[in-house]
Ligand binder design. Structure first.
Ligand code: TMP
Length: 294
């Protein structure tokens, strides 16, 4: 077993686009994760712009909601109305100054309005599989290594998304990432027997309520009851809270991918995540840490 004497032992953490809040505490936590090994570890990751990149060739990567809109049979009226909602609420979601409390109210309104727009639409099952295949090239470089490492060492991975579950699953399936140790918690649609959308299943998951409330009572929770160390990744401030409430987790190393409004958000991100990586398209940091575990 390797013990690090300094953060600088991991070259991936020494790059110019990497910001670390507290090097001493990070070093202590990485050493604990290494010492306790794969059996005590779980990986908690967001999907949109975390497993996937922010951009490919200068073009924004589709989000899970964007994947749904990409399906040809989805009516233009839905697409226009969804865009209007996103134009209104997305700036609120990423606002560097607004309090989380105020944002939560807006998020609830957004998700309710968005799901209402979907009601009555026919779920584009086959088209979504095609879109899923187009997403394969949009994952961060190194996601495949992360997933195969986790499978090899039997470390559970939770893909925790406030997006659309069916779309997340379509992209993961197309990339062959949906292995038995990989679970998805997200907003899954409720459909009638003819594949017409009638609502969503369960409670809405939005960016600022992604935490253990949604994880409890799931198959995933059963898999991680004994795992007190977490490697967490996200691209939104709210993602940093994904492990909150898991009382048994004492070490959560939070990696934040900042790829939008970088200047305005940097300070907030550095306060919130243990490691912030700006305008990055790889999983190098997570993989470098995992490599030390076994
Ligand atoms: P997440 O993938 O970071 O968990 O969050 C899902 C994203 O989806 C979040 O940034 C909000 C966004 N979203 C849309 O793009 N369209 C919508 O209709 C809704 C409700 C959310």
């Amino acid at each position: 077993m390797k013990t690090l004497s300094s953060i600088e032992d991991i070259p991936e953490l020494c790059k110019e686009n990497v910001y670390i809040k507290d090097k001493e505490s990070l070093l202590k936590n990485i050493n604990k994760i290494i010492a306790e090994g794969n059996k005590k570890l779980q990986i908690l990751t967001d999907f949109d712009h975390t497993l996937t990149r922010h951009d490919v060739d200068g073009k924004p990567v589709l989000t899970s909601f964007g994947m749904f809109k990409e399906c040809p049979s989805v009516p233009q009226k839905y697409k226009d109305d969804e865009t209007k909602l996103a134009n209104k609420y997305k700036p609120i979601e990423v606002d560097a100054d607004m309090s989380i409390e105020v944002k939560v109210k807006h998020m609830k309104d957004w998700y309710m309005a968005s799901h209402n727009l979907m009601k009555g639409l026919k779920f584009p099952r086959n088209e979504l599989m095609d879109v899923g295949h187009k997403m394969v090239g949009c994952f961060r470089k190194g996601v495949n290594d992360l997933i195969s490492w986790s499978e090899r060492h039997q470390v559970p991975v939770l893909v925790f998304s406030a997006g659309l579950g069916e779309c997340v699953v379509a992209a993961l399936q197309a990339a062959k990432f949906l292995l038995p140790n990989v679970k998805v918690i997200s907003n899954f649609l409720a459909m009638d027997e003819n594949d017409n959308i009638v609502g969503i299943q369960g409670e809405i998951i939005h960016t600022y309520n992604k935490n253990e409330t949604a994880i409890k009572h799931t198959e995933y929770y059963g898999m991680v009851k004994e795992r007190n160390n977490v490697l967490l990744m996200g691209d939104n401030i709210g993602d940093a809270g994904m492990a909150e409430g898991m009382e048994h987790c004492d070490v959560v190393i939070k990696i934040g991918f900042l790829g939008r409004n970088t200047e305005a958000n940097l300070q907030n991100y550095v306060c919130t995540f243990d490691i912030v990586v700006v305008n990055e398209h790889t999983m190098d940091i997570a993989n470098a840490i995992l490599k030390l575990v076994l």
